[in-house]
Design a binder for this molecule. Structure first.
Ligand SMILES: NC(=O)c1ccc[n+]([C@@H]2O[C@H](COP(=O)([O-])OP(=O)(O)OC[C@H]3O[C@@H](n4cnc5c(N)ncnc54)[C@H](O)[C@@H]3O)[C@@H](O)[C@H]2O)c1
Length: 334
């Protein structure tokens, strides 16, 4: 049975812990800067190590480590896992900055460990089906929308709305759909991005500087132009996606969990399949890859995720400049 450690016993640490158990692997060690949080999770799952000391955590024999800390905490745990040949699941964003992401990737490549990122839309039956429908088709334009209620109900961890920790809504929320677009189109690399972003609500909450309203435009290196609309202070959740080409317009929205539109003269209106072709979620696919050595099971590879992060970073740097920012392509060319 695979022995898994979790670093960051918060909301996503718990989600991964449940997925590890559902797969049939075991969480044996939990690390958190809040020792009580580590002890609580370890107690619930019968893990024998609960600690706020990374050396004690890595003193335990582990097959894989899940990193579910806020985005600034990546390099040290990644380095320590790699030094021990321990496989990695890193929650999104892969890192807060591209520079740190590249630092992580150096350790990962040197160690040769299997490293996945928590982009679950790549495993969603809805988007696997849409990707199959798009195979061989020409797409020119894509539009995505993400809405969520953070600035109305404040139900999230406070750091989500603090730009220095989360990277802001483009890195924290939009990243899922922007990465999904790349997945659907066969992982094109970003070319340039522009973003308008403003915080124009919840003025009394001065501890939060994340923008509630974002409009973003970008170009991918397959010639596709994309727009992304993001609002994190409105009533209802949505992850919407809409693609247009000469012979298609297809919409696939997570809340409807259907694909609707037209394709080659036929109308399309179908529910998402019940399961993906792997029969595994993102955590399960990573665990099966560790078990079997079949790296192709991982659809959200750390190295490729830096191309999504490069798009995010260009959009974030564009905020307030009125200019498009060209994407650095070093990681893509190496
Ligand atoms: N894939 C998704 O749908 C999804 C959804 C939400 C969050 N996330 C991502 O998952 C990660 C964790 O988010 P969350 O919602 O679980 O946050 P959270 O605030 O609920 O949990 C984070 C945990 O990390 C701990 N922590 C902070 N600094 C640490 C450090 N240096 N070492 C060890 N532990 C530390 C905190 O004490 C907390 O328990 C983030 O990167 C976030 O963007 C992904």
């Amino acid at each position: 049975m695979l022995r898994i450690g979790i670093i960051g016993a918060g909301m996503m640490g718990r989600a991964h812990q449940r997925a590890v158990a559902a797969y049939g692997a075991r969480v044996v060690a939990v690390h958190d800067v809040r020792l009580d949080a580590a002890q609580k999770m370890a107690g619930e799952v019968g893990a024998d190590t609960a600690t706020d000391d990374l050396h004690a955590f890595f003193g335990r024999e582990l097959d894989g480590v899940v990193i579910t800390t806020p985005p600034p905490v990546r390099l040290d745990p990644v380095r320590m896992a790699c030094e021990r040949g321990v496989h990695l699941m890193v929650e999104k964003p892969p890192a807060l900055t591209l520079a740190e992401g590249r630092g992580c990737l150096e350790h990962i490549e040197r160690a040769g460990v299997i490293a996945a990122v928590g982009f679950q839309l790549r495993y969603a039956p809805l988007y696997e089906r849409l990707k199959a429908l798009l195979a061989g088709q020409t797409v020119h334009l894509v539009r995505t929308v993400c809405t969520i209620d953070y600035y109305l109900r404040f139900g999230m961890s406070p750091w989500f709305l603090q730009n220095p920790i989360s990277g802001g809504p483009i890195a924290e929320q939009a990243i899922h759909l922007l990465d999904c677009v790349r997945f659907l189109l066969g992982n094109p690399k970003p070319v340039q991005a522009h973003a308008l972003a403003v915080k124009n609500m919840a003025f009394d909450r001065t501890e939060f500087d994340a923008e509630n309203a974002v409009q973003m435009t970008y170009e991918l290196d397959n010639g596709v132009f994309g727009t992304h609309m993001n609002h994190c202070g409105t009533e209802k959740f949505s992850f919407d996606l809409d693609m247009v080409g000469p012979h298609l317009r297809l919409q696939a929205n997570v809340t409807a969990n259907r694909i609707a539109g037209y394709l080659n003269g036929q109308s399309v209106d179908e529910p998402a399949p019940a399961a993906n072709s792997l029969g595994l979620d993102k955590t399960g696919a990573w665990l099966r890859a560790i078990e079997t050595g079949d790296r192709a099971l991982v659809r959200s590879d750390f190295a490729d995720s830096l191309n999504t992060l490069a798009l995010i970073e260009a959009a974030v740097r564009s905020r307030g400049t009125g200019r498009f920012v060209r994407v650095e392509t070093r990681e893509a060319d190496e």
